[in-house]
Write a new protein. Structure first.
Length: 158
């Protein structure tokens, strides 16, 4: 391979790495049990804190508040506080938050088109009722036990 060819290959690898890092960065913004739920709910309008909490069965008030603060920190959500008694707080998507809704819809459409195929592939990877990952873990455990069983014998033989 010529020098220029290897340099082009490295540049391609760098651009691919950068693309992967961009995707991971975007996915990181949405990692967490309630973030996608909250973005989806806010895409339907401005919501009060208590109304959002009602829509998230199983979420604690603290967990939702922490998630909203993270979304706000990342620029996806805006919080508006009204000087009323009792205090009223409303959350809404920012213009940046709105830009993430199209990729989320694309993921939903992918799931609708291909989700069944993915589920079937998972089922095909089952081995005698045991998940392949579980089977491999059992094999590693058996190998470790065998190695541990042999160690004392090797020490005595010395």
């Amino acid at each position: 391979m010529r020098n220029s060819d290897s340099r082009e290959a490295r540049q391609l690898q760098r651009s691919e790495r950068e693309l992967i890092e961009q995707i991971e960065g975007t996915l990181e913004l949405l990692q967490g049990k309630w973030k996608v739920y909250l973005v989806f709910l806010m895409a339907r309008g401005v919501h009060r804190h208590c109304r959002l909490l009602e829509c998230l069965p199983g979420a604690s008030k603290k967990m939702m508040t922490d998630t909203l603060r993270t979304l706000e920190r990342d620029g996806l959500v805006a919080r508006r506080i009204f000087a009323e008694v009792p205090l009223r707080v409303e959350y809404s998507l920012t213009p940046l938050g709105w830009t993430i809704t199209d990729p989320l819809m694309a993921l939903a459409e992918w799931q609708e088109a291909h989700g069944e195929e993915a589920r079937e592939a998972r089922l095909r990877h089952r081995f005698d009722g045991v998940d392949v990952a579980e089977q491999r873990a059992a094999e590693r455990l058996a190998a470790a036990r065998e190695a541990a069983r042999r160690r004392p014998t090797a020490a005595i033989a010395r």
